[in-house]
Design a protein around this ligand. Sequence first.
Ligand SMILES: Cc1cc2nc3c(=O)[nH]c(=O)nc-3n(C[C@H](O)[C@H](O)[C@H](O)COP(=O)(O)O)c2cc1C
Ligand code: SF4
Ligand code: SF4
Ligand code: SF4
Ligand code: FES
Length: 823
Amino acid sequence: MSLPRSELRRVSALAAVVALVVCVGCLLTDHLRWATHRTTEVQALSEAEAAAQQDAASAPALERLVERQTSQSLRLRNRERVLGITAVAAAALLVVATRRPAGTKPPLPATLDRCMPRAPVEPLSDPAETPVDPNRGDDQTAPEVDLIPLREIVDRVGREAHRLIPLLHAVQAEYRYLPPAALDELCYLTEVTPTQLAGVASFYARFRTKPCGKHLVEVCRGTACHVAGADRVLEELKRGLGIAPGDDTDPTGQATVETVGCMGCCNLAPAVSQHGELVANVSVEDLPEIIAHCLDKSKRRSGGYRPFRKKTAAPIESGTPLLEGPSGLPNVVTAGWRAGAHSTLEDYERSGGFAALARCVSALSPEEIIDQIEQSGLRGRGGGGFPTARKWRVVSQQSGEKYVVANGDEGDPGAYMDRSIMESAPAGVLEGMLIAARAIGANRGVVYVRNEYPVAVQRMRETVDQMRSKGYLGKGILGSSLEFDVEVVEGAGAFICGEETALIESVMGRRGTPRSKPPYPAESGLWGRPTLVNNVESLACVPWILRHGASSFAALGTESSKGTKVFSLAGKVRRGGLVEAPMGVTIRQLIEEYGGGVAVGRRFKAVQIGGPSGGCLPAELSDIPIDYDALRQQGAIMGSGGLVVLDDTDCMVDVARYFLEFTQQESCGHCTFCRVGTRKLLDLLERLCAGKGTRRDLSEIESLAVSVAHGSLCGLGKTAPNPVLTTFRHFRDEYEAHLEGRCPAGRCKSLISYHVTQDCVGCTLCAQHCPVAAIEPTPYRQHVIDLDRCTRCDACRTTCPEQAIVTTSPASPRRRKTQPNAA
Ligand SMILES: Cc1cc2nc3c(=O)[nH]c(=O)nc-3n(C[C@H](O)[C@H](O)[C@H](O)COP(=O)(O)O)c2cc1C
Ligand code: SF4
Ligand code: SF4
Ligand code: SF4
Ligand code: FES
């Protein structure tokens, strides 16, 4: 029978203390005894020596005395040695027994401790039954956090420092936030230091350091959801639940409302999720039901909860249509995809999967594979458009252990093609990785998937397991000498982790802070080894190129941008979804031929392309072909290929403000220009949207945008001003209107008011939907809005069957008058 570790340590510590006390006691006693007898012994020796000198017969007595004293002294010295060694050993045992195994770790740094209130937490097996009071303070008696599950978590996930992010995900899944006691214990059980833990837990947006309410509602704040009114939904939801501004949980701990970057279902915007279940196309009118649900008012007698009335509880991919365009065009990435279903490994094998890999391991040398990729003209689909073969060649020329990383972070709000690729055809990405591994001589790979895509994470993991069991991963792949294995790593809600150097830091369990280049990851990446980082779509193109020939790929697209590209359409387009089209397709073709144009009665105004690094191109430029270089000439970039369509109800100043808010929140804070410059730009745009901007603000925006672009280290800061600069260039009139206190699109809340026109038939619907009772129901009579009460949530306007509610935004006379002097 073995004692538990903590008991063993206690017993050892006790034994060590006893031994130490005994040894020190004996040493002291010996020392005292020696000190007492020393004079007598010395005196006896001198007397014996004197006697021996006078009388030779006394010599044997002297010898006996010397012998006795010598042996006594030797005995004493040996005894001292033994006691000394025993005391040192006992002291060492005491240190070991009382020390934490992870070393001399201090308690959690005060900063983290402060941001994590010591609140009581029950092991929440049934979150729906355990309300949490977020206002609990340190003074309350906090019940113990059950730390038992942590041991299982550490056994399952691993105790190495680079496992920190998966460890924190597992801890959060267990407790629904990161309780300080659990984090303390995590440091104790693993190689993670408190400093590393504090840095990582506070960096990633998906980690909660405060207790979570009984119901968790997540509202998407991505571009497509923003232009569809997510900000109003968020505001009204928090107001309806009684959540104070700046807080995310209501005072009773009933509901927590969080925001998410983008959930990857942008064609269903605005999207909200509750306990991971998606609710699509949410409007302010749907909120009473969601709020009732959160307040448990919709609890059934049976004890269960009624699901939301709104669609869709089905997996997200069934809501992502693959849009049909002109027929006869080959599909490179989406070939064989079935609507609403993902292809299994068997489907993939049946459709010719792994034939390219078989050719690469049996008939092509690594150099020949790279030549094929070069001839195809493939450029990276992750945003920069860097020639893929050039990157592969650099890594192949390096020596030692190498890595292949598939970048599936897809942080661009409004883009969802990478999610669909990972969910629908994960084996294609993995075959691309295997071919890359063969070409560059790598044995290990990582697929980095954002945490907001749980289905993609699951599909990639399942496929990796299946491929391992079928011999496509591991040693001797397809009977060759190729050895390669893959791990799927989940992000934690930091947009910047899509940037390759930040991603590498994240995989190693650290804060996702980009570093300056060179050295490029191709020379020094994961663990300082040469690392090939490619976007998942770039990798998904590779098997097709090797199966159909480089020239077939090169025959598609434009002179400088070859092949096809998967685009995602969202925003004010009639049919949102994915489109695979040859490079060079025009924006107009995508929106009109694939997406069916904008809604009847609306005017297509602009398209936002390339996410926060991209730009807003006006409808007049929608005939330019989409390729890397043509877009760059217009100040935009293709990014990952997400297109958010905007119509005449979208305000371009607000869109620019939205993107700056996004980049400001996502800045890692490393560079002053990015951290402070984007904040300052955001302040200026907020002033404009509030009708408080001046002409001097406009010139400040322009000059600051240039400084931020030049003074930032990584692509996030360098491209952050793009949405502002492109809207400035193409929609200057809207900025001018805001200077007058007008929002021509009727979007900026501070500049608009709602009115009921004579078309009102008095149906009372608007009054029923108004969340603040700003409209009195007066049946069969024209209704009136109390503008002092109105929060401009837009619910009445979208509900009115007669379109009798309009917004107006007249120029403020005061501002018109003050403008000339304002600068
Ligand atoms: C702020 C920022 C975010 C990025 N996000 C992504 C991303 O989500 N997915 C991606 O593949 N590349 C992203 N990139 C580009 C990567 O750094 C890298 O260039 C790319 O993954 C290389 O793959 P490729 O050559 O196949 O395009 C981002 C770059 C920056 C500066
Ligand atoms: S530019 Fe911004 S995101 Fe990039 S390293 Fe600097 S602060 Fe971080
Ligand atoms: S919903 Fe429209 S028609 Fe009905 S009362 Fe309101 S304004 Fe009038
Ligand atoms: S009156 Fe104002 S607050 Fe009420 S529904 Fe209309 S916009 Fe919203
Ligand atoms: S799901 Fe909301 S923008 Fe993508």
